[in-house]
Design a protein around this ligand. Sequence first.
Ligand SMILES: [Zn+2]
Length: 315
Amino acid sequence: MSFSVVTKDELARIIAKKDCCRLAELAALVKMDGSIEISGNQRLGLSVVTESAGVARKILTLIKQFFDHNTQVIVRRKARLKKNNIYQVKVSSAPGIRDILVRLGMLDEDGQLSEKIKAGLITRTCCKKAYLRGAFLGGGSVNNPEGDYHLEIITNKEQHALDIAGVMRKFDLSAKVSTRKNWYVVYLKESEQIITCLNVMGAHTALLDFENARIYKDMRNQVNRLVNCETANLNKTVDAAVRQLECIKLIEGLVGLEKLPKSLRRTAELRLQNPEVSLRELGDLLEPKAGKSCVNHRMRKLEKIADALRAKRQY
Ligand SMILES: [Zn+2]
């Protein structure tokens, strides 16, 4: 199962303790996935569609709690994608449905369609959290933390997208809104922000999984960086040693190492005998011992002598 599905499963099972939060969450779910149906005799109905059984169950439970209305659930199998069912929760047209639609913010007080979050619905912090949970359940997804960090909520209502981003900002989340075809996408990109958002919505198990995956990923990146760094250093050491050996052999062949000052001669001989060791190790082998910079200095001298010999040979 994807991380998104696991997170939604966890969130779908949460039933808020307080009525204010339950109504806020229902309003979000209906705003995200609901549509108003008008029957032949101009009577209104409400239909909410979701692909998650858990979400459908939640919508049904909440609607029944707040509204004494005929509700109906229709399960359909998606034509092409075999595994996903589609659940449609229908609130049949009946007197009083208009009030329900107004309370949930689908219609404003004048009976006009409204994209905004209804004023007063999410004044409290507890309700803002519940609203985000509902919005995420209605149209959210979150990437597997092993990949790129990304959490989004998509809606076809621009004002609603802006409102959701506004609610997120109340929790110090720097939500951004972009468009994708006819959709508006509210999204978060940073791991810290996604963790905060999961926490706000109440997805605590998902949050822990996300944290673990992130720590593991950071550690793996760090190890890779170290390995790359060491490999790079090792390559440098090997390249330098090869160059030094070439120079020393050139001097040996053209003039003989015995012509060199004693300290240089000894260093050159030890390098020939120990082609694989580092400069520091080479310094330890010398009598008396020499530091890395001193050995480095002698190697430079040897390279200079070799360069001079090469230059001479060309004329
Ligand atoms: Zn509340």
